[in-house]
Design a protein around this ligand. Sequence first.
Ligand code: COA
Length: 172
Amino acid sequence: MSADKEHRALYPGTFDGLTYGHLDIIRRGSKLFDRLTVAVAHNEDKNPVFTVEERIEILRTETRELPNVEIASFYGLTMDYAEKIGASYVIRGIRVVSDFEYELQMALMNRALNPRVETLFMVPAAEQLYVSSSLIKEVLLLGGDVSNFVPPSTEKLLRRRFNVPRSSPGAS
Ligand code: COA
């Protein structure tokens, strides 16, 4: 990396239930680059629980102490958006082996689409390796405690959306 050029990275995702795993990647990424754009993909195929605006608001709340992180959203191809904002790197978190095949396919396709942008894989904190947004939703719906896995803003909105009060006992 040359010293004079600003190094900008893009962390794209659906972020439909921001977890501490995502935040861990964001924190680590923010230390590596001059600027990190975390961007919510408009991806209605995934039937998201949160609107893009809600996901952006949660991301803004949870990254407010990271001055070089900005939050955005985008339509279309990740590579087109990376080009548009001048990002030379895309970061993606890899948790378990099963993530790898999909991520490798995406990275190779993205490289074919835009060889100027490099994909970097990062590993989140060990205690977050088994966390995913859909698992969190399932645990919360069944009355489990998700506070170790998602920040309060995600939990609050999930409880409101699914009408699950905080003290829900689960089975009864
Ligand atoms: N901690 C916890 N969970 C994580 C995680 C981490 N560090 N990293 C990923 N996950 C989980 C998410 O919670 C999510 O779980 P879920 O499926 O249970 O909801 C899952 O992994 C994937 O989520 P995410 O990281 O948000 O990525 P995605 O696969 O939904 O999004 C895009 C992928 C948006 C990057 C991809 O679809 C894309 O690039 N879209 C734009 C269109 C495009 O360019 N298509 C061509 C691609 S080659």
